[in-house]
Design a binder for this molecule. Structure first.
Ligand code: ADP
Ligand code: ZN
Length: 516
């Protein structure tokens, strides 16, 4: 099976993280690989996924029993035949692992390097038909490092005995450690190395709240007339209507989505590859096979699914290293849609909460009050400086302590029973005694009219930022009425302060009314 469907079906991820795709391809192609990725960058996927793309068994050498346990549990839950041989297992457990190993039932076998000290281990692995070796925390082979594990030296022996490709992973990138890993694990043979940082400094990053979204996309496309670009849309229908609007404005655009005949899709891909200045309005189906170095701009007409999907999609711009522009639009409807897609999906509860966390990371980026690239790269484990090439570095937004405003909203939501949408909450805050407000007696609440200063547009902006910070969520069980989340509790208790952007508070056009 190929990588993308496995990524989705087995691991439940909608996109690769930076660096993963290239590493997965090299490992799956059977090359020796040395990959350096920051902690939390997603190294395990880089050997787990290739293990499922080929037949037979992959042995994973890992130094920590707890880590092996976690990974085996997660893989087993996902339906992958994985096991660990460790001193932490009971004798019975290890006997069962060896039985399934001899029966060739396993796809991934984890073991600590100390196991290799037993003379029986290597012959046993040879009989089991091991196809590849993966080494986690490969810097443990370095005698000068803090984590030296003498038994890691036996991994080189294992590789020589089995004559199979080896992929080594570590977060430690200094040149000496790298050289030692190459010398000791690969006997000096040159592995394909992946050391690249994740930053794509030529890509300009920008986000905007939706405020006449079609016009926002048209403005960008017009400013970039004659340059190849992609506009990612949330629905198939939107790819068609947006292509129409762009063509009407005198630009050249074609739609692309998974519902089109495959011949038609191939034709669009070929045309995009060949032609200069074509705009493709597409769903996420577009891009996997596209290898065009001079895509000059990528826009998101709707918020992507996760920060990983965002990075992968904007990463299609500017592969040639020349400046490229990106713009991501987002609004409360996007947030609600993405949340309900997660809530209504069939994934188990832990996966759903991980999906919400990945969406939150993207929303945090959308509502960032500091350099966007710093927020993005920090999420992927790097420790960057302000970039000077994002909309916030270009024009730092005015920020203010929004704690009190946020507390007012939270209080209004709580006092109205967490059952109303943004419009009603804002009526309470601004003291707008509508029919519905009077009927429910909400004009007698202590919060009634406490927020006349900000006005309707101001409160809309506060609520949008609160949705982005995941302080409140529309509750699907109560017709989308706003409910407060656990993250809001410390704010309510005055234990945490919230910074908001002032620029988002300027009076909005009628198009940005929050409907809930
Ligand atoms: P590392 O070993 O590099 O420190 P892990 O392999 O443990 O990192 O991965 C860190 C986290 O990232 C895990 O929670 C994992 O589920 C998540 N992760 C890995 N790859 C992806 C991806 N493509 N999309 C979303 N999350 C991912
Ligand atoms: Zn920046």
């Amino acid at each position: 099976m190929s990588a993308a469907p496995l990524l989705r079906q087995v691991f439940g991820f909608d996109a690769f993280r930076p660096g993963q795709e290239e590493i997965v391809e090299a490992v799956a192609a059977g090359r020796d690989v040395l990959a350096i990725m920051p902690t939390g960058g997603g190294k395990s996927l880089c050997y787990q996924l290739p293990a499922l793309m080929r037949d037979g068994l992959t042995v994973v050498i890992s130094p920590l029993i707890a880590l092996m346990r976690d990974q085996v549990r997660a893989l087993t839950e996902a339906g992958v035949a994985a096991a660990a041989l460790t001193s932490g297992n009971s004798e019975d457990e290890n006997a069962e692992v060896i039985r399934s190993l001899n029966a060739c039932e396993l796809r991934l076998l984890y073991m600590a390097p100390e196991r290799l000290a037993s003379g029986a281990t290597i012959p046993m692995l040879r009989r089991a038909g091991v196809r590849a070796i993966a080494v986690d925390e490969a810097h443990c082979v370095s005698q000068w490092g803090h984590d030296f594990r003498p038994d890691y030296l036996r991994v080189g022996e294992l590789r020589r005995a089995l004559q199979v490709p080896l992929a080594a992973f570590t977060a430690t990138a200094d040149a000496e450690t790298r050289d030692e890993i190459v010398a000791r694990l690969f006997d000096g043979a040159r592995p394909q190395s992946f050391l690249r940082g994740f930053d794509r400094p030529n890509i300009h990053l920008a986000f905007q709240p939706k405020d006449g979204p079609r016009r926002q996309i048209l403005d960008l496309a017009t400013a970039r007339r004659g340059q190849s670009g992609i506009v990612y849309c949330g629905t198939r229908a939107k790819t068609e209507t947006l292509a129409g609007a762009l063509n009407e404005a005198g630009l050249t655009a074609v739609a692309y989505h998974g519902g089109m005949e495959s011949d038609h899709r191939r034709a669009v891909e070929a045309r995009f590859q060949r032609e200069d200045g074509l705009i493709v309005t597409a769903t996420v189906a577009f891009g996997m096979g596209i290898d065009k170095p001079d895509i000059r701009w990528v826009a998101h007409a709707d918020l992507p699914k996760s920060i990983e999907a965002y990075y992968q999609e904007i990463g299609r711009a500017g592969r040639d290293g020349a400046p490229a522009e990106t713009l991501t639009l987002f609004g409360p409807d996007d947030i609600r849609l993405r949340r309900s897609q997660i809530d209504e999906g069939l994934a188990p509860p832990e996966r759903k909460s991980a999906d919400h966390a990945r969406l939150n990371a993207l929303l945090g980026l959308a509502e960032a009050t500091g350099c966007r690239r710093m927020a993005l790269l920090r999420y992927f484990g790097e420790t960057p400086e302000p970039c000077g090439n994002c909309d916030i570095c270009d024009a730092p937004p005015e920020i203010f302590d929004g704690t009190e405003a946020v507390q007012k909203v939270l209080s209004a939501i709580l006092r109205t029973g967490e059952t109303f949408g943004a419009g009603h909450v804002i009526d309470v805050l601004t003291g707008n005694a509508t029919e519905r407000i009077r009927q429910r007696g909400h004009d007698r609440l202590p919060t009634f009219g406490v927020g006349r200063d900000l006005g309707k547009a101001g409160w809309q902006a506060v609520i949008r930022q609160m949705l982005g910070l995941d302080l409140i969520r529309p509750d699907p069980e109560r017709h989308g009425g706003l409910a407060i989340t656990l993250a809001a509790h410390p704010v309510l208790r005055g234990e945490e302060r919230i910074t908001l952007r002032r620029d988002a508070m300027r009076p909005a056009r009628p198009a940005t009314v929050i409907r809930t």
